[in-house]
Design a protein around this ligand. Structure first.
Ligand code: GLN
Ligand code: ZN
Length: 762
């Protein structure tokens, strides 16, 4: 092994990964057509290949001198790694075709269930969770990585295969069937990676990038030790290309020194979240390529090129070569701002999507190698845009800031919980074990057709509203017929629970084509939160009061909470998240007050993303939870004690956020529990949770209709943990993805089971 041999191949401008779904979601359309049987395997492979080559050509032509490959995926890069390492669970063995086997693992087929999916670090991208059982064996299947390298090389692209590293792979895996912690299998993977490197070298790779984001987080307590254990031997292996290890989504901490001490050839660091001083002080980097992630790969703001080039300049003496890059893969941003029509034109220069970020990397790299004079025009243009953004009155509205400060100063606590309960019981007069649902009802084809017709201009707003009111009425009648106690309007008018509010709030901009992959073929268009947030007019009051007028039963108003709106948007980077959260909270608070004044007695503020935004470093978590809880309380403390506040969280593994859930101090909290057999209630009791709780008794993630007996059993189990006066009965989550027939039958069982339990109590 010799560093010197490889210096000739150092590159200077790259990105850590790129979007792959297609500028117009071509890959989504093609895979969905394949799943539906409309195109065959051959056609899918051809379309995917065309798309890949277009993406590669674009990256090459934009001036990058090293281009990531093997970042394409038919579904997910972690699932690709499972296949690479021969670790697909045996339950898929019976499916002969490799592509169908892959999709079966991703999505399930009639005969076999899908693998689990969860969020990729603190992003909104979901990966397939590897399962490691005692009989998992590993074997190398490098065909995809090699083929994509060869394909790119043939196009004249300076290709750099990207592979998820063994540490991250195992730390993200789950042990099944009584297996030990997956990380205990680390030593088995090292020779496979060594073999893979050899094969990539033989196929012509100059550089290979191994992604280890887990090293930049607290997913593991021993990042430095693990880094040395893997990259010591891989660095020493001689039959390999130059090796770059990428640690992103945070600061590498001690792992940086550990990596620098190995024989690897380069380290990619996230300098948007990471600590520049640590990199400068890391003497071990002197003989390595430092890939400096100064362009934010996961937000959409134009980079402050002056600042970034100053940062790069401070790094110059610290490494053999400094290359410019994005902080992480561009998977998390849309392809290009050029595809946006209809955007507020003052915003356009403030933004940089995928292609624009690539251009920024190239500019910064030229500033570094040729001097800033070579790119004066680009620097000036960026400086102008940044100055315009800073000066825009919409980003500092003193009225909004003053209102937030005043309310926070007055206090954001409600009256004592027991007083609230008494007043609410009197006002609402609900039976014991009140039954309710989480908000949405099935998004029927009529709803989708109406939305499409509105978009195409076939129908006008008035006709659309009329149709949605029809949906609300049928959902109210259904709930009355079923005998539910607290009704909802069903959310037919909401396509997405965040976008719906973002479209109505000042300070947000929506995109037309800003698609980002969420999982598999699913894409979302996160709104852009660019300015101070306020609510020009009520957003949901008409829907709630329309529904309430149809029934004597209480209708629950339905809002999305500030943390969730923040989590599912592209947020401004020019002030602390906590400040932005408080502004959204103020807007939601205004809405709760208007709902109350319009006669709505129960209001639910959903916070499904509370846990998702939890910082990846333990040291940052307490501060986050403090402001997140405060934002929720700001949003819900404007109403009288007699108004009942609900919240909803769609998970049951509370872990580090459990005390925060209690601190939200909602009167009623609905949570997921159907799969976890009510054990979550013990966790809540253990921390002294004293408000009402609605553990889900109907698993809405499955098309299965739960039987009455099962629900009775769940309720009895719940009653062992929670006194009857604090227990609510509801499904796990909203019903929008379920079929109307399943919902009707399941809810009928929920009501009948509740009735049986009530009788047995009497
Ligand atoms: N109220 C929303 C619904 O029922 C909640 C969705 C969620 O928790 N993600 O759809
Ligand atoms: Zn939910």
């Amino acid at each position: 092994m010799s560093d010197i041999d490889r210096t000739t191949t150092d590159f200077r401008a790259t990105v850590l990964g790129a979007p792959r779904i297609g500028p117009n979601r071509e890959l989504k359309r093609a895979t969905e057509a394949y799943w539906a049987g409309r195109i065959d395997r051959e056609a899918l492979l051809v379309q995917a290949g065309d798309l890949r080559r277009d993406d590669l050509t674009r990256l090459r032509d934009s001036g990058l001198d090293s281009v990531p490959v093997n970042t394409f995926s038919f579904y997910d890069q972690v699932l690709d790694t499972i296949v690479l390492l021969g670790a697909l669970p045996h339950r898929y063995d019976g499916i002969a075709d490799d592509l169908d086997r892959y999709f079966a693992a991703a999505r399930g087929v009639q005969s076999v269930t899908a693998m689990e999916m969860t969020k990729w670090f603190d992003t909104n991208y979901h990966y397939i969770v590897p399962e490691i059982s005692p009989d998992t064996t590993f074997s190398l299947h490098p065909e995809k990585a090699v083929a994509e390298l060869v394909e790119a090389t043939e196009l004249g692209v300076p290709a750099r295969p990207v592979i998820i590293g063994p540490i991250t792979f195992l730390l993200l895996s789950k042990a099944v069937d009584g297996a030990d912690a997956p990380i205990s299998r680390l030593d088995e993977l090292i020779p496979l990676y060594a073999d893979l490197l050899g094969q990539l070298k033989a196929a012509g790779a100059q550089w290979v990038q191994i992604d280890e984001p887990a090293l930049a987080t607290d997913v593991t307590p021993d990042a430095a030790g693990l880094a040395a254990r893997v990259y010591g031997p891989l660095g020493d292996s001689t039959d390999r290309p130059a090796l770059l290890v990428a640690g992103y989504f945070g600061d590498l901490g001690d792992a940086l020194g550990a990596l620098a001490a190995t024989g690897i050839d380069g380290v990619a660091v996230d300098l948007v979240r990471g600590d520049v001083d640590r990199v400068v002080a890391s003497t071990g980097l002197a003989k390595k390529l430092l890939v400096a992630g100064v362009v934010n790969g996961r937000n959409i703001w134009r980079t402050d090129l002056d600042r970034a080039s100053a940062t790069l300049a401070t790094l110059l003496g610290s490494a053999r070569t400094v290359a410019v890059s994005t902080s992480c893969s561009l998977l998390h941003v849309p392809y290009t701002i050029a595809a946006e029509d209809g955007l507020d034109e003052t915003l356009r220069p403030w933004l940089a999507f995928g292609s624009e970020k690539v251009a920024e990397v190239v500019t910064l790299s030229r500033a570094l190698t040729e001097g800033r004079d070579a790119v004066t025009e680009e620097l000036a243009e960026a400086a102008d845009a940044i100055a315009a953004r800073r000066a825009d009155p919409r980003v500092h509205d003193q009225g909004i800031r003053g209102r937030v400060a005043d309310i926070v100063a007055e206090g954001i606590a409600r009256g004592p919980a027991a007083d609230r309960r008494r007043q609410q019981d009197e006002r609402l007069g609900l039976p014991v074990l009140p039954t309710t649902t989480i908000g949405s009802y099935p998004q029927t084809s009529e709803i989708r057709l109406a939305r499409a017709a509105l978009r195409s201009g076939e129908i006008d707003e008035a006709e659309y509203t009329r149709r949605m009111r029809g949906e609300v009425e049928s959902v109210i009648r259904l709930q009355e017929e079923l005998g539910l106690d607290v009704l909802v309007h069903g959310e037919p008018e909401r396509n997405d629970m965040v976008q719906y509010f973002a479209e109505q709030l000042d300070g947000f901009a929506a995109t037309h084509n800003g698609w980002v992959q969420s999982y598999g073929s699913r894409c979302v268009r996160p709104p852009i939160l660019f300015g101070d947030v306020s609510r020009p007019r009520p957003m949901t009051v008409e829907w709630a009061t329309y529904a309430q007028a149809l029934t004597p039963k209480p209708v629950k108003g339905m809002l999305t909470g500030p943390v969730t709106i923040l989590a599912w948007s592209f947020v401004r980077d020019d002030q602390p998240l906590a400040d932005t959260a408080n502004q959204i909270a103020l807007a939601i608070r205004d809405e709760t007050v208007d709902l109350q004044d319009a006669g709505i007695g129960i209001i639910q503020v959903d916070e499904p993303a509370l846990r998702e935004l939890l910082p990846l470093r333990a040291a940052d978590q307490a501060a986050y939870l403090a402001w997140a809880v405060d934002a929720f309380r700001l949003s819900t403390s404007g109403v009288a004690d007699a108004t009942q506040i609900h919240t909803h969280l769609c998970y049951s593994e509370f872990g580090e956020v459990i005390t925060a859930i209690a601190d939200l101090d909602a009167d009623v909290t609905s949570i997921e529990a159907a799969r976890s057999k009510m054990e979550v209630l013990d966790d809540l009791n253990a921390i002294g949770f004293g408000n009402s709780v609605g553990p889900g008794v109907y698993d809405i993630h499955s098309p299965r209709v739960p039987s009455q007996d099962e629900i009775v059993e769940s309720l009895r189990a719940a009653l062992n943990a929670v006194p009857v006066e604090r227990l609510w009965v509801n499904p796990d989550c909203g019903l929008k993805t379920r079929k109307p027939d399943e919902v009707r039958e399941s809810l009928a069982h929920v009501v009948a089971a509740t009735e049986r339990v009530r009788m047995s109590l009497a």
